[in-house]
Design a protein around this ligand. Sequence first.
Ligand code: ASP
Length: 327
Amino acid sequence: MKQILALTLTAALSAGAMAQDFPSKPISIVVPFAAGGPTDLVARQLAEAMRKPLGGANIVVENAAGAGGTIGATKVARAKPDGYTLLVWHIGMAATTSLYRKQSFKPLEDFEYLGAINDVPMTLLGSNKLNANTYRDFEAYIRANGGKLNLAHAGLGSASHLCGLMWQSAMKLDKSMTTIPYGGTAPAMNDLIGGQVDVMCDQTTNTTSQIEAGRVKAFAVTTAKPLSNHKLLKDYPSLQEMGLKDFSLTIWHGLYAPKGTPADVTKKLNDALKVALKDPEFIKKQEALGAIVVTDNRLTPAGHKAFVADQISKLKTAIEAAGQFAD
Ligand code: ASP
């Protein structure tokens, strides 16, 4: 009995000491998509902004792409819960649990929620080869050629997949496009620019500079209303305006740790996240990409978790209505 008590006491003391010293080695942020894409970009900017509030900690980004983000997420769900392995993920945290009927982790049970990061609209794009310049041309072209066209996305369960799924279902296309999965929308964007694929829906964080450079055609935004404050994207219609009733899709990103990470460590991480999200440099960089940094109660772990729970039920309805699953 005495021995058990002593062991428990030692474990508690060393956990306490661990939290006090945290971080004493590099922190790894897992991005479940390819490098250079929108999730990667958000994570890298966040890593830089969190460095100072974490006492100059070394924060590295690790890409673990595949299966629409679920490979990287599973890796973090199973990592040692010590605060040194974190996950930056997006709406996939809420969508994949309905898209994958068999999933290797539970979004509300296997993570400590550290807080939300931003909200990002999406843009619907086509390759420059497409014979269409406005959404109306594009729509007519898709209706006539749907079965022959390719839609690129970042894997089953990714945001680009979800957007393509919801958009095609709202359009009630006779023939769906063939979907082509990539490890992230960075490589998918290269093929859209090259004309190997025809259509993609992706976060403005990845699309803004390509639209500006004229490498791809943009047709619409996925938010309920047009982005009237965005310098470059303000003139594109919303899909809802174009007749897709109730269509509204905004991608959010959040920061997570494995379940069981000590409370004082998660508090330090949440505090650092809150400081990072107020950093004017970070806000400016995010705004330039069309992202809006979170300021509401999703900044708290409980607030973000409640929001994700609500998103899970809303997306379940939308995904079941679209009737397409990843497995
Ligand atoms: N934008 C991607 C998605 O569709 C992921 C990425 O490459 O960051 O989910």
